[in-house]
Design a protein around this ligand. Structure first.
Ligand code: ACO
Length: 325
C-alpha cells in the first residue's frame, strides 16, 4: 500500500506591493472600506512575471529545500485559472524551466479550490504506487484578468504562487477528503470567456474575459455550503474536532473565516490568515498560507500536526482535505 506525504513547502510572490491607499488613488474606494469588508490591506501585483514564472520559482525552491535532482520528479500539477496560455500548459512550462525531463505535467482548473483538487489528485497518483514524487503548485496572475475600472473586484485579488513536494511514504498522512462542484451556480463567478468569432460564427457568442463576481451570492455560498461540507467531513471521518490543529481556508475574506469558524463550532484562533498581505490569490492562497506558516514555525513539517485545508470558489467548486503534516 502506498501513501503520500507533504515533504516540502514553498511560496513566491512578485515583489511589487500595491496597498489599499494606492488603489484609492486610482478608483473610488478607501482603505477603511476594503479592510472592514474583507480584511485585505495589500496585495502583490506582477509587473511582467507570468503565472509560469511564479510557479517555476516555487518549483526551484521546493527542489532546493529537498536537495532533489529534477530528474527524480515524476509529475507536476499546476492549479490555475490564469495560465500563461492554454497550450503549452503552465505545468509544461515549469517542467521545461526546471528540466524535470522525466515528469509528466498538466494544469488543473478549479478556481479557488484548484490547489485542494490538485493535491487530492496528486495523492491518488502516488497512492497508485506508480509514482514517487510530484510537485503540486497553485499559481495565479489574477491581475491580468481584473477589470481595473471595477472597484467591486479590483480591490480583492492578488498575484502569487505556492506549492508542495508530495512524496511516497510508508504511513498514512491524508486522513479524509470531500470534494464538490455545482456547475448550475457557475454564472455567479466567471472569467476568461473568449467569443466564438470565426468567419463561420453567427456573432451571438460574446467575450466575457474579465473576472466578474456576484459577491453576495459567493459570500452566502461560502458560509452555508462550505461550512456544511466541513462539518460533514469532520463528522463522517470521525476525526475529533479538537484534534484539528489548524484550519487553512481559501483566503477570500476575513469575515468568511469568522463565520465559518462559528458555524462549525471550531476555535477561531486555529484559522490561519494572510489575506491582509496578499488578497485573494485563488488557487495559490492555501499553499502560500501553508508555506508561510511553516516558515514562521507555527506549522511544523514532521511535527505530527493535523490540518484541514478548504478551497471554495468558481465553478462553483469547494472541497476539503484533512492531512497530517
Ligand atoms: N470600495 C468602496 N465601495 C465599494 C467597493 C469598493 N472597492 N466595492 C463595492 N462598493 C460598494 C458597492 O457599490 C455597494 O454600494 P451601494 O450600497 O451604494 O450599492 C456597497 O459597497 C456594498 O457592496 P456589496 O457588494 O454589497 O458589499 P459586501 O459587503 O457584500 O462585500 C465582497 C463585497 C467583499 C465582495 C463580499 O461580498 C465577499 O467577500 N464576497 C465573497 C468573495 C469570495 O469569497 N470569493 C471567493 C471566490 S473568488 C474565486 O473563485 C476566484
Amino acid at each position: 500500500m502506498a501513501f503520500a506525504k507533504i515533504s516540502q513547502v514553498a511560496y513566491y510572490v512578485p515583489s511589487q506591493v500595491v496597498t489599499n491607499d494606492d488603489l484609492s488613488k486610482m478608483m473610488d474606494t478607501s482603505d477603511e472600506w476594503i479592510v472592514s469588508r474583507t480584511g485585505i490591506k495589500a496585495r502583490h501585483i506582477s509587473q511582467s512575471e507570468d503565472t509560469s514564472d511564479l510557479a517555476s520559482q516555487v518549483a526551484v525552491k521546493l527542489l532546493e529545500k529537498a536537495q532533489l535532482d529534477p530528474l527524480d520528479i515524476d509529475f507536476i500539477i499546476v492549479a490555475t485559472i490564469t495560465p500563461d496560455s492554454m497550450m503549452p500548459s503552465t505545468a509544461a512550462r515549469v517542467q521545461a524551466f526546471i528540466k524535470a525531463e522525466n515528469a509528466f505535467s498538466f494544469d488543473l482548473t478549479a478556481a479557488c479550490s484548484g490547489f485542494v483538487f490538485a493535491l487530492s489528485t496528486a495523492e491518488k497518483l502516488i497512492a497508485s504506487g506508480r509514482y514517487q514524487k510530484g510537485l503540486v503548485i497553485g499559481a495565479e496572475v489574477l491581475s491580468k484578468t481584473i477589470d481595473w475600472s471595477d472597484r467591486s473586484t479590483a480591490v480583492l485579488f492578488g498575484d502569487g504562487a505556492g506549492g508542495v513536494l508530495l512524496e511516497k511514504s510508508s504511513s498514512e498522512y491524508f486522513m479524509a477528503e470531500s470534494l464538490h462542484s455545482d456547475g448550475s451556480r457557475g454564472e455567479s463567478l466567471t472569467s476568461g470567456k473568449h467569443a466564438i468569432s470565426s468567419p463561420f460564427s453567427d456573432g451571438k457568442n460574446r467575450d466575457n474575459y474579465f473576472l466578474e463576481m456576484d459577491g453576495r451570492t459567493i459570500f452566502d455560498f461560502a458560509i452555508r455550503d462550505v461550512s456544511q461540507s466541513i462539518s460533514k467531513l469532520i463528522e463522517d471521518s470521525h476525526v475529533a474536532i479538537d484534534s484539528i490543529d489548524y484550519y487553512l481556508l481559501h483566503q477570500a475574506n476575513i469575515r468568511i473565516l469568522d463565520k465559518i469558524a462559528k458555524k462549525i463550532g471550531a476555535d477561531r484562533e486555529k484559522f490561519l490568515a494572510n489575506m491582509m498581505q496578499y488578497g485573494n490569490t485563488s488557487a495559490a492562497s492555501i499553499p502560500i498560507l501553508l508555506a508561510e506558516y511553516v516558515e514562521k514555525g507555527i506549522l511544523k513539517l514532521n511535527g505530527g500536526q493535523t490540518i484541514l485545508m478548504t478551497g471554495f470558489g468558481g465553478g462553483l467548486t469547494w472541497g476539503s482535505l484533512i492531512v497530517k503534516i
